[in-house]
Structures are given as C-alpha cells and as structure tokens.
Design a protein around this ligand. Structure first.
Ligand code: ATP
Length: 616
C-alpha cells in the first residue's frame, strides 16, 4: 500500500500536471486532494498499473480522470518533461484510433463519468488540440450511429458499458492499437460473472503496453480475476476510513437498521419520508416490479405535496433513465423533498451531492452491494444517514453480525410509531387495489418477484425462505388473496387463511373487474366460455361415473388374467362409443375423451391436493 505524506494540498502532489488540468482542479472547487487522489494520481499518470480500493464517495473518479487526461494531453500536446515541442510537430492520432477507454457497469454511471471528464475539459485552452469524449451505452443510439459519430468527430476517450463497446470495437473502422490507458470503474462488478467474459474480450483487444486501472470501494470481492486483466506489476492503493476502527464505510456515513414487521414496511417508509429531516433520499426496492408498483401506489395514495417521487429501474430505456436521474439531481431542495425509488441499478457510483438519506426496504441479495447502496450518501465528508429494514421475528437480525465481520458497523434504530397511519393507509390501499383487477395482478407479480428475489440472497442461512412471513409480505404488497406458489408450503397450517383470502369477507372473483373497458369485456367473454365448458365437462364426468358403477357391480370376483384384459378392452370401447354418440357435434372428440378420462383419474387421486386459487 502506498503511504501518503505531507498535507493534502494539490501543491504537494508527487507529480507535475499540465497547467490547464491544475487550473481546472482549482476552479472546480476541489481545495485539497482526497487521500485516494494523492496516492493514485502520481502512479497512474506515470507508468504504473493500479488497483484502487477506497471507500464510497472518496473521489475515485477524479483519481482516474486526471491521469487519463494527463496521459492524453501528453500524447496530443507534448509531455511536460520533453523540451518544449511545437504541437504541430507531434504525430497526429490516426483516423479510427482512440487513446483511452473507461468501462462502467451501468449507463447512469458511464454518463456521470463523461460529465466529470467534460467538466475538466472545459478548461483546456481553445488554442490546444481539443480532447473529445464519447459515451457508448445501449439503447441511447445504435452502434451504427455511434460509429458515425466516432468517425466524424474522432473521439479520444470512450466511456462505455461493456456490451455496447464490445459491439463497437468489432467494427473494421475502429482501431485499438493506440489505446494508452484503460479504466475499469466498479471493477469488482465488471469482473463478476455477469460481465467478465465481455470485459476480458475488450481488454484482449487493447495493446499490451497500455496502462490499466481498476477502481472500486469493494475491490477485494473481485478475487483472482484481477490478475487476468493483463496488468503488469500493479500497485495496490488501499485507502480506508480512518475514523472508525472497523473501516469499510466512510466516517461521515451513519448506518442504522430497524426491525419492522413486513406488513408495516411501507407505512414505516412513508412515515420516515414524511417526518425525517432530509433533502434528497434514495429508497432501494428489491425488484423493478416493486419499484413500478409502489411508485404508482404512492402517486395515487400519498397526498403530501412536499414529497416528490421519481422512479428509476432497469426496465426503463436509457433516455428516461438518464432524464429521471438528471431531474432528481437538479431538483431544488428549497422547494421540497425528493425521493428516488430504485433498484440496484443505482447502487454503485451514482453521485448526487444533496442525497443525505438512503433507505433500504430489504438488504441486497449480494452483500457487497450493501456498502455501495449506503454509500450514495455520506459522500465527500458530508454527513449522511443510511437506514435499512430487517424483518422482525426472523433470523434476519443475524445480518448485523454478518456485516460486522465484513467491517461494517451499524447502529440499532427504533422504528417510528405507525399504528394509526398504518390502518388508514391499508384501508385506502385495499380500496385502491379493489378498484381495478389489473392492480391486483401487478401486485401479485411484484409479490412473486419479491419471493424469487429473497431466494437469491447469498447469505441464505440468514435470509431463509422457510422463515419468511409470507402473509405479512402479501399484505405489504396489498394482495387480497395469496397466489398459489411452491413457497406457500412454508406457511404453517394454523396461519394459512382459508382459500388464501387476505380480506374478510372474501370477494367474488367473477365480478372483480378491470377498469379498462376492453380488457373487462374480453374477461367477461372468456368467463362465460369457461363456465359453459365446465358445465359440459361436469355432465360428461357424471355420465362416466354412472357407467363405471354399473359395470363394476356386475364384475365377477374370480376372473382370469385374459378375461380381465378383454373385459377392460370392452369397457373402454363402450365408453368411447357412448361419448362419441353424446358429443358427435364436437370436433376432436377423441382427444376430449382422453382428457376426460385423465381428469377423472386425477380427480380421484388428487382429492387431498390443496385447492388451487385459479382465479389469480
Ligand atoms: N478533492 C476533492 N475535494 C472535494 N470534493 C471532491 C474531491 N474529489 C472529488 N470530490 C467530490 O466527491 C464526490 C464523490 O466522488 P466520487 O464520485 O469520485 O466518489 P467515488 O469514490 O467514486 O465513490 P463510489 O465508490 O461511490 O463510486 C463527488 O461529488 C466529487 O465531486
């Protein structure tokens, strides 16, 4: 680990920067270096590959932006140790070549990194050759458009997500041999199973003599894959938070947990959002479906003009995702409180300076993401509060010890009192769901999605499907009836409501209608057809039963094997004939018959199977 000495004044930086970069740093309001910048910039701007692990919000972005710009400025404008060279004498960059590549796991983060580059680049004097950046992320533009832009403008730095840059680099017009520096931001994520193959493919295309930097707050999680990135003799820079003896989170970040019954999680969240003092808050939901669902519920049921909700998740396309984040970032804190409802898509890297509260309804399935979520606040030495909820009366409390082992200290916080507000909200919530059958269907999807999410927890001995409070969670999602799913078997018999109903009295599912007229009409037509089919099936089954009884009563007790075989053949033929006569106006009768016999057999053997809630 590199030791830093002296003060953190930029004048003490152990390398010389281009004057225009120094000017940018001063003007952009970075009075001193952060420890990670003091350690990393001299190494990475020089000839070292770096592996940098430093807490969230500690300034890692600038710790690679400055070296990348320093190197590219060396190449385009001449290096500082060269005897003053005329720019016109410097060999131009060939067409189709770029000089630097930055890879990020999400589109939002790639966009944010480009903004940091562009902010610094505003200080590059106009009389110097301009350094151009280009953003390459999925669904913002097509690969063809990206290529056209690249060829027309000659971008020097590409900031990209892995999938899109891989497609881009496959073009014959793109040449990678001039790349001098590559950065993997959130490197542990980029080297995990979801991205590793693409990332390795990208790195393989870059020249061996390039510099490489890996950056993250949780880089240890990347394990040995770090060594497959083609770095030569990298220097590890590890900057931990000084102020805590356990130091995986920044000292300015206060992390607390509260034990809450699942049924009350939403009302507890609303209470916190209404009563807590904060400017901007990010709330982490488990899945995209739950963000979409609760966002629409809050839009309708939360009548607090002081709160403005935003929804951001991976099922949205790039443009609205970036727009939402921009609106949330630019929201005027003098006007109201801003709440971004999101998933892990916004867990890493996102830097919105006014965020002073982060709430997690549940811990993330991947424990490494926990610190990234919390770290959206308490950044750059600003005080921030992160709160996460754990289900009470479950093993989830063990998560506290688990975090401590990982070097994360958390405090106990009492959940706010919500008795009255809870009952009122639940009543409105139920009304809201009953107003439109479609809402209940979305609620069921979100609930099922949550159970699937829960089953994916890496710490599976703490987050056990067997101990989940399914009824409480179903109520939290506003369900009126439990859907039938395998996990229902974990609900103890004495708690299992009759037929899965969560409301008393139950409603008639046949009259539970869609608000959308066309959808409702089609439902009613299908319902009628289904009823007719059921009546017909019942009639046929009854007939079969009578026949079977008649034959069985005539059966003689002692028959030979051969006699029994012949008899059952005759029996089958007789039933077939009978049904052919009964339903001779139907097409595909033979298939119907087979189905009926099968249904008949099934209904005999399955008498004990729990009735299915087939309306849902
Ligand atoms: N030298 C500095 N002085 C003051 N503020 C700084 C300095 N360097 C960076 N910052 C600010 O600190 C904030 C956090 O920086 P940055 O986003 O780079 O953190 P990070 O270490 O990459 O965090 P994460 O791990 O969450 O991605 C930003 O708002 C940035 O502008």
């Amino acid at each position: 680990m590199e030791k830093r000495s002296g003060s953190l004044s930029w004048d003490n930086l152990k390398c010389e920067l281009h004057p225009w970069i120094k000017e940018a740093i001063k003007s952009l309001g970075y009075p001193t270096m952060t420890p990670v910048q003091a350690s990393t910039i001299p190494l990475f701007s020089g000839n070292k590959d770096v592996v940098v692990e430093s807490v969230t919000g500690s300034g890692k972005t600038l710790a690679f932006v400055i070296p990348v710009l320093q190197k590219i400025s060396n190449r385009l404008h001449g290096s500082l140790d060269q005897i003053k060279e005329e720019e016109s004498d410097i060999e131009p960059v060939k067409k189709g070549h770029m000089l630097g590549i930055i890879i990020s796991p999400t589109r939002e983060l790639a966009n944010q990194i480009q903004l940091v580059f562009d902010k610094v680049l505003e200080y590059l004097p106009e009389d110097k050759k301009q350094i151009k950046t280009q953003l390459l992320v999925g669904s913002l533009s097509s690969v063809r458009e990206d290529l056209d832009h690249f060829r027309k403008h000659g971008s020097h730095i590409l900031i990209a997500t892995p999938g899109r840059i891989l497609d881009f680099l496959s073009s014959q017009y793109v040449k990678t041999n001039s790349v001098e520096i590559a950065v993997l931001d959130e490197a542990d994520k980029l080297l995990d199973m979801s991205f590793e193959k693409d990332v390795m493919n990208i790195l393989k295309r870059l020249p061996k003599q390039r510099r490489t930097g890996l950056f993250s707050a949780t880089l240890s999680a990347a394990g040995d894959s770090i060594f497959r990135t083609g770095m030569s003799n990298p220097v590890k820079v590890a900057v931990k938070s000084k102020a805590t003896h356990l130091n995986s989170a920044p000292a300015s970040l206060n992390i607390s947990y509260m034990l809450v019954s699942p049924e009350r999680k939403i009302t507890t969240l609303l209470k916190l959002l209404q009563d807590y003092k904060y400017q901007k808050c990010i709330v982490y939901f488990p899945t995209c479906a739950s963000v979409k669902y609760f966002y629409s519920v809050f839009q309708r049921l939360v009548n607090d003009s002081g709160l403005e909700f935003f929804s951001l998740h991976g099922q949205l396309s790039t443009q609205p995702r970036l727009k939402t984040l921009q609106k949330f970032t630019e929201g005027d804190i003098n006007i109201g409180k801003y709440v971004l409802m999101t998933t892990d898509v916004a867990a890493r890297g996102i830097d919105v300076p006014d965020v002073d509260l982060v709430i997690q309804l549940d811990p993330p399935t991947d424990p490494d993401v926990f610190l990234h979520r919390c770290g959206r606040t308490g950044r750059a030495n600003k005080v921030g509060q992160a709160i996460f909820m754990l289900n009470e009366n479950s093993r989830e409390e063990d998560y506290i010890d688990f975090l401590e082992v990982k070097g994360v200290v958390v405090k106990d916080m009492k959940a706010p009192e919500v008795n009255t507000s809870h009952d009122k909200f639940q009543e409105n919530f139920r009304k809201h769901v009953l107003e439109d059958r479609a809402r209940h269907e979305i609620a069921v999807k979100a609930y099922v999605g949550f159970v699937r999410y829960y089953s994916k927890h890496v710490a599976s001995s703490i987050f056990r499907l067997q101990s989940l409070d399914y009824l409480g969670i179903a109520k939290m999602y506003g369900l009126i009836r439990l859907p039938k799913m395998p996990e229902t078997k974990y609900i103890p018999n004495e708690l299992m409501p009759e037929d899965g109903w969560l409301i008393d009295p139950p409603i008639d599912m046949d009259t539970y209608s869609y608000a959308d007229k066309a959808k409702e009409e089609s439902r009613l037509t299908n319902l009628q057809l289904e009823k007719e089919k059921k009546a017909k099936d019942a009639k046929t089954r009854k007939l079969l039963k009578v026949k079977n009884e008649a034959w069985s009563s005539k059966t003689e007790k002692k028959e030979t094997k051969q006699q029994r075989r012949e008899k059952s053949k005759r029996k089958r033929e007789a039933i077939e004939k009978q049904i052919m006569e009964e339903s001779s106006d139907d097409e595909g009768t033979e298939t119907d018959w087979k189905e009926l016999v099968q249904m008949n057999k099934k209904s005999k053997t399955n008498n004990n199977v729990q009735g299915s809630f087939d309306d849902l």
